[in-house]
Design a protein around this ligand. Structure first.
Ligand code: SF4
Length: 307
């Protein structure tokens, strides 16, 4: 696990609402009864808390443009974060409508535009509890310690506090956990020993560290002619936890059960060609990148701002 100060970016998650419903979403979109929308005051506080952090600061969701005060958020970002330290993640919702304010706030090469409709746009399952399926606990902790998400992605701030990992932050919201670290200056100066409590709480309920095949409906959960459903792969114990928090996706039956034990043989089999961070063949910063770079299954860029 990396100390948070060594990360290249820390995310501020302004909402976990999204217009898509990808299989195995890293923010567990589709499960929530009520998404959150971060208060503007809290966004300012979150940015202030990162004073001295050498990496970049990301504005992320869900889909950030769904925040009803998105324009005000952009103004705060422009006021408080130096231009080259700003990053932005979007799936393109309302791109045509919000393009001007987005480009006024972020440089194009700091925008990660991912409409999640490419055939290659897949997510590996995240709701298979590694604690349920890996019986060798020494192996389990070794795998968690080497989790590619913690080593390549970022720490995160949600309205519930600071977290050592983006997926842990989302799990806390999903499973109605106790929340993260208090957002105050320097909260991110934690080393792995100091965020052990979160690792213990969230990683055991996660499969980020478990090599499993990536899955996708190919449409990001959009309606499609083939009637392909977006589903999550979930272990049995996690299914019960999700039922207890009234997960919408579970209620709708959009899941399949993982009920095997995961052995060292599975680890060897799936690790060989497992490259979960290479889920897209190219980096996109705006819609035209998709048009130029090859065949896509895009449904709509939302020129009207509607799905
Ligand atoms: S196992 Fe899950 S919660 Fe833990 S670091 Fe990896 S992605 Fe984050």
């Amino acid at each position: 696990m990396r100390p948070l100060s060594e990360m290249t970016i820390i995310q501020i998650e302004v909402t976990n609402a999204c217009w898509l419903k990808c299989s195995n979403c890293t923010r567990h979109v589709g499960h929530h009864k009520n998404p959150f929308f971060m208060d503007l005051d809290f966004i300012e506080k979150a940015i202030d808390s990162l004073e001295g952090f050498e990496g970049n600061i990301g504005i992320m969701g869900g889909e950030p443009t769904l925040h009803p005060k998105f324009d005000e958020i952009c103004a705060i970002v422009r006021k408080k974060i130096p231009r080259r330290k700003r990053e932005f993640w979007t799936s393109g919702f309302q791109w045509a409508k919000k393009k001007d304010v987005i480009l006024e706030t972020w440089d194009k090469d700091r925008i990660a535009y991912n409409e999640h409709s490419t055939p290659g746009g897949k997510h590996t399952p995240l709701l298979v509890s590694i604690d349920e399926v890996v019986e060798d606990k020494k192996l389990m902790w070794q795998m968690i310690d080497n989790c590619w998400i913690q080593s390549q992605w970022s720490a995160s701030i949600t309205p519930k506090g600071g977290f050592f990992c983006e997926v842990a932050a989302s799990l806390d919201y999903l499973l109605e956990g106790p929340g993260g670290y208090k957002i105050e200056k320097g909260w991110w100066k934690k080393n792995p020993n100091q965020f052990k409590d979160q690792v213990e709480r969230y990683c055991k309920n996660c499969s980020g560290a478990l090599p499993l095949p990536a899955e996708s409906d190919g449409y990001g959960g959009r309606p499609n002619k083939e009637n392909v459903n977006n589903y999550d792969t979930i272990s049995k114990g996690m299914l019960e936890k999700l039922k207890s928090v009234k997960s919408q996706k579970v209620t709708a039956g959009h899941y399949k059960i993982y009920d095997k034990k995961y052995t060292i043989k599975d680890l060897e089999k799936y690790s060989e060609n497992w490259e979960p961070s290479k889920f897209k063949p190219f980096v996109t910063h705006e819609p035209k990148d998709y048009d130029e770079k090859g065949p896509q299954r895009r449904v709509d860029h939302n020129k009207s701002g509607k799905i």
